[in-house]
Design a protein around this ligand. Structure first.
Ligand SMILES: Cc1cc2nc3c(=O)[nH]c(=O)nc-3n(C[C@H](O)[C@H](O)[C@H](O)COP(=O)(O)OP(=O)(O)OC[C@H]3O[C@@H](n4cnc5c(N)ncnc54)[C@H](O)[C@@H]3O)c2cc1C
Length: 394
């Protein structure tokens, strides 16, 4: 049985997106995948080439220079790119943390000014919600937005900004402290230009996984932002964040899915070639069982990722679907990566064989867009609501 041949019913347009992404990954990304991992660098020109293929605009309507597909299309594209390089696929996913909220909550003017250029890869955009003192607890952020006439003055520090080095624009989450009593309803998103006066951008420490991504920090000191750059209503920040991550988590899950497929292929190839006691190690039942476990988990994740994308495409309010996919995909990649290292024996812990990267990448994929604990909280709220609804019926 060839897991690459595994199919789930998707239409011709989706297949075309996957085919294009696969061809691009094989032609442009695979040849530099080791370099991306070892040097921790993705070139801006490679991102531009990906932009020309439409990869930044998959679930963006055609009238805004997108491909006009949906989250399933996004998942298929990310999966294919992640087979070649999870770092590169994440670099493609990041600007969706800017365009997806703009599509849902942005003004017409914001959509037409920013989305086409980002969807076509001409410009790059990043998302800056996390702060040194607040990640999971987004409601605790301290970056401050004060209204002054027709503009806002932003002060604060943002950390863990993926793609900060490439970004022309940042979607920054800030607190409007004099807006009502409830701190959860004071958060508001603003578009901040890279060139804005008072904005310092720096690159933070190296990551242990997805090494092609370098996370940055922003220091905002009296940054002036016109009110027309406010995304959504004042106080709508947490809602926008939750609805955004509830979609982009499908992409994060697809990153893990693509990595699992690459891991399985690499491990099967190795197991067949490697001999011990005069036989291929693939002939030992112990090896076969480990490969079966990886394969079973891969199919599990594949179904979950496609199902979560389909669910959200059909019922955009079912945000817990993306949490389920992201939770399981990242944890199953971690489990599969440990088995892959075991099957590779000593070679599995040598850096240059690039097996350990799957384990390290899984640690990052667990973290981004909410830790496993945060996903479990979201899913348990959904379960609790269902239980309450059932109890009310009784
Ligand atoms: C590579 C990378 C890229 C990133 N890119 C971006 C980006 O582009 N933009 C952006 O805004 N952010 C980004 N992040 C930030 C990421 O979203 C946060 O790191 C993540 O949400 C966790 O927040 P934290 O690091 O502050 O951990 P903390 O919130 O401090 O969590 C620490 C631990 O406590 C647990 N915990 C916290 N609260 C609870 C709770 N209520 N119940 C149970 N357990 C809890 C967590 O699960 C975790 O195990 C990125 C992070 C990484 C690692």
């Amino acid at each position: 049985m060839n897991p690459e041949k595994f199919e789930i019913k998707i239409d011709a347009a989706h297949k075309e997106i996957a085919r294009k992404a696969r061809e691009f990954a094989e032609r442009e990304v695979e040849p530099v995948s080791r370099e991306i991992h070892e040097k921790g660098v993705i070139s801006r020109s490679l991102l531009r080439k990906a932009g020309e293929q439409g990869f930044f605009g998959i679930c963006i309507p055609r009238e805004l220079s997108g491909v006009g597909s949906d989250l399933l299309g996004l998942a298929l594209m990310i999966e294919e790119l992640s087979k070649a390089s999870t770092s590169f696929a994440l670099a493609i996913l990041v600007p969706y943390l800017f365009t997806i909220p703009l599509m849902t909550f942005g003004s017409q003017q914001q959509k037409s000014k920013y989305v086409p250029k980002i969807a076509s890869g001409k410009l790059y955009a990043a998302h800056a919600a996390t702060e040194p003192t607040s990640g999971s607890d987004l409601a605790g952020i301290k970056t401050n937005a004060k209204r002054r006439g027709a503009e806002w003055i932003l002060d604060g520090v943002k950390s863990f900004v993926s793609g900060a080095e490439w970004a022309d624009y940042f979607l920054v989450l800030a607190r409007v402290p004099d807006f009502g009593e409830d701190p959860r309803k004071q958060l508001t998103f603003f578009i901040v230009d890279r060139e804005a006066d008072g904005l310092d951008i720096g690159i933070s420490d190296d990551l242990i996984g997805v090494r092609g991504i370098r996370i940055g920090y922003l220091e905002l000191r009296g940054v002036r932002v016109p009110d027309e750059n406010r995304v959504g209503a004042v106080g709508e920040g947490l809602k926008i964040a939750s609805e955004t991550y509830g979609r982009t988590r499908v992409g994060a899950a697809a990153l893990a899915l693509g990595a699992m497929q690459a891991l399985l292929n690499q491990t099967i190839n190795y197991a067949v070639k490697r001999k011990a006691f005069g036989r291929s190690i693939a002939s030992f039942q112990a090896t076969k069982f480990k490969l079966v476990d990886i394969f079973a988990d891969l199919i599990n994740v594949k179904l979950l990722v496609y199902w979560s994308a389909r669910t959200l495409d059909e019922s955009p309010e079912k945000l817990e679907a993306a949490s389920l996919a992201k939770l399981r995909a990242a944890e199953m990649l971690e489990k599969a990566a440990i088995k892959a290292i075991e099957i590779h024996g000593g070679v599995g812990v040598i850096k240059k064989t690039m097996v350990e990267r799957f384990l390290l990448d899984s640690q990052i994929l667990k973290m981004i867009e909410g830790t496993p604990e945060i996903q479990r909280i979201i899913i348990s709220r959904f379960l609790a609501k269902n239980l309450d609804d059932e109890a009310e019926k009784d």
